[in-house]
Structures are given as structure tokens and as C-alpha cells.
Design a protein around this ligand. Structure first.
Ligand code: UDP
Length: 313
């Protein structure tokens, strides 16, 4: 297939490009580098099946030639990034998604969008099942991301219902791995960076809030299977192995052997108290489940961070 990927220079987007190329597809990669990094794609320069186009998907654009599949991954995704770029985030989910759906419609291509567990907001149902409609603050600081993705899901379903576009919706839970930005504020790079430097590890709130961390290769495998499936409704992709953030900090302390102390800082507004994907649907519809254990994934991530310029060896 010839596949257009937006957000291709992002953390997950670049791994998706790698997987699509490894499967023998050709990739037209789009990114405007708002939060992505060209370094995530340098290893693909010169690949015969890979083409990069610097493109903001909220502006008009065309893609020459046949397109079989459109993968729409462009959006700021870490709380720090979407708080800094709230309007761009809303535009990516609305205007950007509309343009990507139009591209799929014009080219008679299939369409996959990467949505988020943030659609569930601060969930009152636990673990989160796809049929749960969520508990989202529509005017809080995180609303730019939550509502952008909820709108993007609604738009995707509208193009499916009205125009018959063959759409897929992935709801991605917390994912980590190489090519995360060290300074994007998310808990995995933050704790690993602090631990490797021997600096205090900043737990927000009491650390009793929970998250469930999925390694990026597992996630991308789920995305690829979903892209080939006929499932039109959202599918959760994540690792159900849930822990509190304080447990996670202690785990990283042990794993890295750091002398870093744990310090407590203010909990950001509307920070979800618990998050764990129910992946029964992904298991039955896609035959998918995560395989990489947390320690193995963290080792790969540490190795990547150690290799970055300016990080502690
Ligand atoms: N967090 C933390 N210390 C940090 C960064 C994050 O305690 O330095 C917490 C954050 O408050 C949240 C969890 O870790 O409860 C996951 O945060 P992240 O930004 O990675 O993603 P989120 O799941 O909130 O989108």
C-alpha cells in the first residue's frame, strides 16, 4: 500500500513509519515539526519507499498519485505540549483531521486516526471500556486535547456514516519508549532523566493516581492490526499493567540504582486519578495484546536517553 502518515516525526508516528516500511509499504510522511523532531526520521532518509513532506495538515495540501491508506497521527500529545499549544491542538483534531479525511475520501483510501484515553477524561468507570462515554471537563486546561480528540472521533464516524470511508479509531493509553522527548514533561522521560542525573524525582500530588504503561513496539503492532481490520468503533490500545505514580517512581529508583530522592509537587488541574485500559476488545477483534515487560521497555528507553547528546552516560 501507499500510505500517508501525518505526525510522522513524532514519537509514535516515527515508529509507525518504521513498521509500515518494514511491512513493505511505501510511506508519504507529513509533519510540521510543531512538537515532532526531524531527528526521529533521519534514519529513513534515502529509503526508496519513504518520502517526507514538511506540511501543516491544518493548511490546504494535496498528495500526488494513488493513496491506499491515510494514517492521521498529527497532534501535540504530552500535557506540557498541548498546554503550550492549545489552539494548534484543537486545530489538529478538527481542521487537520477534516483535511486528512477528505484526502482519504478523494483517494478512496482507508483511514486510521490515533485518538486517546483522554476521551475518558477523569474516568468514573475502571478499567476503561470503549463503550464508556467519559467524564471530561470541557473547559479545563486539558480540554483542548480531550475535546480535540473527541471531535476528531466524531468527525471520523461522520465520514464513515455519510461517505462510507473505511475508518478505524485507536484510543491510545500511556505509551513510552525511544524517541520520546526528554523534556516533554511526561512522567517516563521526567523520572528517567531525573534518576539518571541523580536529581530529585518529582511526583505530582500524593502519587496515588494510577497509569498503565505500554511499550511503543507493542502499541504500533496494535495500530497496524487495527489499520487492517474492519472495526469501525474505537479500540483501546495500551498495557493493562496498572500502578500508582509513586510505585512507578520507586520502581525506577530501584531499576536505575539512583540515589535520587522523591519530592512531591502540586498535582496539575484535572489530572486523571486512575487509568487502565480494558483491552478485551483488542484481544478478541485484533488478536493483540502487549508483550514487552515494563523492565525490558524501560531498559530500551534508558539506552536511548543515554545515547542522546547532553544526557548523563
Ligand atoms: N507526573 C508526575 N511527575 C512528573 C510528570 C508527571 O508525577 O514529573 C504524573 C502526572 O501528574 C500524571 C502521571 O504522572 O498523574 C502521568 O503524566 P503524563 O504527563 O506522563 O501523562 P498523562 O497520563 O497525564 O497524560
Amino acid at each position: 500500500m501507499r500510505i500517508v502518515v501525518s505526525g510522522a516525526a513524532g514519537f509514535v508516528g516515527s515508529h509507525m513509519c518504521d513498521r509500515l516500511l518494514a511491512e513493505g509499504h511505501s510511506v508519504v510522511a507529513l509533519d510540521n515539526f510543531l512538537t515532532g523532531a526531524s531527528a526521529n526520521l533521519t534514519h529513513l532518509a534515502g529509503h526508496p519507499a519513504f518520502r517526507f513532506v514538511a506540511q501543516d495538515i491544518t493548511a490546504p495540501f494535496t498528495v500526488e498519485g494513488a493513496v491506499d491508506c491515510v494514517v492521521n497521527m498529527a497532534s501535540p500529545a504530552s500535557p506540557k505540549d498541548y498546554l503550550e499549544y492549545p489552539i494548534e491542538t484543537l486545530d489538529a483534531g478538527s481542521l487537520g483531521t477534516r483535511r486528512m479525511l477528505e484526502l482519504a475520501l478523494q483517494k478512496n483510501a482507508r483511514f486510521l486516526i490515533t485518538s486517546t484515553s483522554e476521551c475518558y477524561g477523569d474516568p468514573l468507570v475502571h478499567p476503561q471500556v470503549e463503550t464508556y462515554w467519559g467524564n471530561v471537563n470541557p473547559v479545563g486546561p486539558r480540554s483542548c486535547y480531550d475535546e480535540s480528540k473527541r471531535f476528531a472521533e466524531a468527525l471520523t464516524m461522520a465520514y464513515h456514516r455519510k461517505h462510507g470511508v473505511r475508518t478505524n479509531i485507536a484510543r491510545i493509553f500511556n505509551t513510552y519508549g525511544p524517541r520520546m522527548k526528554l523534556n516533554d514533561g511526561r512522567v517516563v522521560p521526567a523520572f528517567l532523566d531525573q534518576a539518571l542525573r541523580g536529581e530529585p524525582m518529582t511526583v505530582f500530588g500524593s502519587g496515588s493516581q494510577t497509569r498503565s504503561f505500554c511499550y511503543v513496539s507493542d502499541l504500533v503492532d496494535g495500530l497496524y492490526r487495527l489499520m487492517l481490520s474492519e472495526e469501525r468503533y474505537p479500540v483501546n490500545l495500551g498495557n493493562p499493567c496498572e500502578m500508582t505514580i509513586l510505585e512507578f517512581a520507586e520502581h525506577i529508583r530501584r531499576m536505575t540504582g539512583t540515589k535520587s530522592e522523591i519530592v512531591f509537587q502540586a498535582l496539575p488541574e484535572d489530572d486523571p486519578k486512575q487509568r487502565q485500559p480494558d483491552i478485551a476488545k483488542a484481544r478478541s477483534v485484533l488478536g493483540w495484546e502487549p508483550r514487552v515487560p515494563l523492565d525490558e521497555g524501560l531498559r530500551q528507553t534508558v539506552a536511548y536517553f543515554r545515547g542522546l547528546p547532553g544526557t548523563v552516560a
